[in-house]
Design a protein around this ligand. Structure first.
Ligand SMILES: [Zn+2]
Length: 262
């Protein structure tokens, strides 16, 4: 079950109760203006993200030098700067994991990881900017909080969150970790919903354009993904929206993104 299982979530019980008693709210997603339901205090979701990220960094094989690492830092920081007021307080960080998976993921708090295998589908810096924009958009749109909130309501979990995740029954534990975006193996994120994936595509394309990259390269990433995609659906390669739909939507969104160019 990976190493996240032993993580204690301090204070989540009382905070959850407070949420249920009236702090639950709507969050207006930046760039799209969509109103979304969030049950948990965002600060709690962020602290969960940060502690998972520390664990991933301690356990995963990281690459910390070389041209691709440098490119991830350069592109990541430019895209993160383009977020502006959408999430001004984030402490963005971009890591590069030495694994073959064609994948990338982001955790609340502004922590983003790229797998080495992603470069099978990413041909240039603009395409990397789209992938990083997509991941950054999951963070600014608070998708983890929405998914966690929704899963908790559906499952009626919640009272158990005051305990260590280990104390939960396996089904509840799975729901929490899956909702949170961390799957059975630490570092392998599960797909978000179709709506969250499409939203991250559109917002990510806006961010990349604002950072000075060419938004016309975004649809190409999905075409490449369709070609190299393996048997497993990684987070970024969510099976739900079809590649064709995603490519088409990004092509339609090019003019809007281009208007954001610096
Ligand atoms: Zn995604």
């Amino acid at each position: 079950m990976g190493s996240v299982t032993g993580k204690r979530i301090p204070g989540l019980g009382p905070l959850l109760l407070a949420s249920l008693l009236g702090l639950a709210g709507c969050y207006t997603v930046p760039e799209t203006g969509r109103s979304s339901f969030t049950l948990l205090p965002e600060s709690q979701v962020v602290s969960m993200g940060l502690s998972s990220f520390e664990q991933i960094k301690a356990e995963e094989p990281l690459i910390t030098s070389g041209p691709r690492y440098e490119m991830i830092q350069r592109v990541g920081n430019r895209v993160a700067d383009a977020v502006g007021d959408d999430l001004p307080a984030a402490d963005w960080e971009f890591i590069y994991i030495d694994r073959d998976e064609v994948n990338a993921f982001a955790l609340p708090g502004g922590k983003v990881a790229v797998y080495d295998g992603l470069f099978e589908a990413v041909e240039n810096e603009d395409q990397l900017a789209f992938v990083l924009g997509h991941e950054v958009a999951h963070v600014t749109a608070r998708h983890a909080n929405q998914r966690l909130s929704q899963a908790m309501v559906v499952a009626g979990v919640g009272s158990g969150l005051g305990y260590a995740i280990d104390d939960l029954d396996p089904a509840e534990r799975q729901i929490i970790l899956a909702a949170y975006g961390v799957g059975a193996t630490v570092g392998v994120a599960l797909p978000y919903s179709r709506m969250h994936e499409s939203e991250a595509d559109v917002i990510g394309q806006i961010y990349m354009a604002r950072a000075g990259y060419d938004p016309r390269e975004a649809p190409q990433v999905w075409e490449n993904m369709a070609e190299v995609g393996g048997a497993q659906p990684p987070e970024f390669l969510s099976t739900h929206p079809s590649y064709d739909n995603r490519t088409e939507r990004l092509e339609e969104n090019v003019p809007r993104a281009e208007r954001q160019a610096p």
